[in-house]
Each structure stands twice: as C-alpha cells, then as structure tokens.
Write a protein that binds this ligand. Structure first.
Ligand SMILES: NC(=O)c1ccc[n+]([C@@H]2O[C@H](COP(=O)([O-])OP(=O)(O)OC[C@H]3O[C@@H](n4cnc5c(N)ncnc54)[C@H](OP(=O)(O)O)[C@@H]3O)[C@@H](O)[C@H]2O)c1
Length: 250
C-alpha cells in the first residue's frame, strides 16, 4: 500500500491533495502545524469516504519537531512511508528592501530548509521510500518582487529537486509541481487576485484539477525524476509573449 506524508495538508491545496491520494487508495498522513481541528475533520471525511488517514503535527522550522514527527510515523502501524509531498509553505509579502532577517529565516526555513531536511531524512529512514513531490510555483518565472523571499525560496526548489533526484537515484524519484495561481492568498485583495488569476493562455477554470492530475501522474509514472511539471494554464508566458498573443477562438 502507498503510504503518503503530505505537509501542510489540513486545508487549502494540501487537503485537496490528501483527498485525491486517499481516493486513489493511499494511506494519508495529514501533517498540520496550527490547524488541528481542520486536520481532524479532514481525517474523518477521508475515513467516511472509505479511505485511510491519520494526523501528525510539527512546526517545520524546528528540526527536532521534524525528527519527532518522523519518529512518531515510523513507530506507528502505518510507518512504511512510500511518498513525501512537500506542500507546506509560507507566502510572506515583502520586497528585498523591506524584508527583515526574521522574515528571511521564517521563509527560508519553511519553504526550503524543511523541504531539504525532511526529504533527506525520508530518504534515509524509510526503506520503502520511492517518490518525493514538492510544490513549487510557476510565477517565479516572472519575478515575485512583492514576495521576494517567497520567490527566492520557490526558485531554489528547482535546483534542490535536481540535486535530490541525483542523490537519491535510482530508488527515489524527486519532482517539482509548479502551479500557476490556484487559490487566492489569504491576505491578498480580491481585485488583485482576479487580475492575476485570469491572465492565462487557456480558458481552463479548474487549475486545482490540473494540479491534482499532476500529483496522480507522478504517483503512477515510474521514470520521471529531477523534473518540473508546470501547471499554470500558460500564465508565465503572458508577460513574456503578450505582444504576439491573439485570441484564436472561432
Ligand atoms: N495557492 C496558490 O495559488 C499556489 C500557487 C502556486 C504554488 N502554490 C504552492 O502550493 C502549496 C500549497 O499552497 P497553499 O496556498 O494551499 O498553501 P498555504 O495555505 O500558504 O500553506 C499551506 C500550509 O503550510 C503550513 N505551514 C506553514 N508554515 C509552516 C511551518 N512552519 N510548519 C509547518 N507547517 C507550516 C500551514 O499549516 P497550518 O495551517 O496547519 O499552520 C498551511 O496551512 C504551497 O507550497 C504553495 O507555495 C500555491
């Protein structure tokens, strides 16, 4: 049986990935930090639908909490992890000039250091480990001036993915899924979100489904590694090639 740990899975995109993988027959470890209630409700929903799940908590900026979480999973009846989904992230506003050292530590330790450390321990400790899927962000291709540290951390994940794919081969396949604008940031004004999220090349209005399809594909594909799946409806090309884009609908 596939046993999957999904970080930051209590709500939003992580919870949708959890339900998708549970529906595919995986045992799902729902990791959360603050949203325990949502994690428990999600667990009940998965079980009610005939799936299997449990919850585990850790602040991923704390190395000893990551170790304790993995100890807890390893000692449990569902301790044979096969897949790690690095989904947890912090989306902190700030430019290179306005960001503080504390901002740097928070963003880098959550979005980059935790992905590296958790992935390395997963590869080392779990003999059934075979795939790592990390959530990047397609918008880093266009710069992320207003979320500079977030952009830098997500940009670096591509490099880390390649490094880990090489280091963990041939046993563990490591890939990055980089979505476009999927869900409105919680502090983001609705009008800015509307403007950003509709600047795409295709009319697909269910980008969540595209991301879930990407996760399912990586669960089944035996060969892809060190790669990036960009699932952004062509968003990143809008600013680079806007002048040649025309509406070809008939
Ligand atoms: N939303 C989008 O449109 C979009 C677009 C492109 C890429 N992505 C990527 O897709 C992933 C999911 O996006 P999202 O918007 O659903 O994410 P999100 O809501 O910003 O964050 C997901 C979860 O990360 C957890 N988290 C944050 N800091 C943590 C820490 N120090 N320790 C442990 N957990 C921590 C939180 O768990 P608790 O709530 O339990 O504290 C949070 O619920 C992210 O990697 C994001 O960068 C999203």
């Amino acid at each position: 049986m596939e046993t999957v740990l999904i970080t930051g899975a209590a709500r939003r995109l992580g919870s949708m990935i959890a339900e998708e993988l549970a529906a595919l027959g995986c045992f799902v470890w729902i990791h959360y930090r603050t949203h325990e209630r949502e994690a428990l409700i999600l667990k009940e929903r998965i079980i009610h639908a005939g799936g299997q799940a449990d919850c585990v908590s850790a602040d991923l900026t704390e190395i000893d909490q990551i170790d304790a979480m993995l100890d807890h999973i390893a000692k449990s009846a569902h301790g044979h992890l096969t897949t790690l989904v690095n989904n947890a992230s912090v989306f902190l506003p700030g430019t290179v000039m306005s960001s503080s050292v504390a901002d740097w530590d928070l963003v880098m330790n959550t979005n980059l250091r935790a992905v590296w450390y958790l992935s390395a321990r997963f590869a080392e400790r779990f003999p059934m480990a075979k795939r790592i899927i990390t959530l990047g962000d397609a918008a880093v291709a266009n710069g992320y001036a207003g979320h500079a540290l977030y952009g830098l951390s997500k940009f670096s994940l591509k490099y880390l993915t390649e490094q880990m794919a090489a280091a963990f081969a041939p046993i563990i396949r490591v890939n990055l899924i980089s979505p476009g604008f999927v869900l409105k940031g919680e502090s983001e004004p609705a009008e800015i979100w509307e403007k950003r999220s509709t600047r795409t090349l295709t009319d697909n209005d269910d980008i969540v489904r595209s991301v879930l399809n990407g996760v399912s594909f990586l669960m089944s594909d035996p060969g892809m590694t060190g790669s990036e799946l960009i699932l952004d409806n062509g968003m990143r090309l809008m600013s680079r090639m806007g002048s040649v884009i025309k509406d070809n609908r008939h």
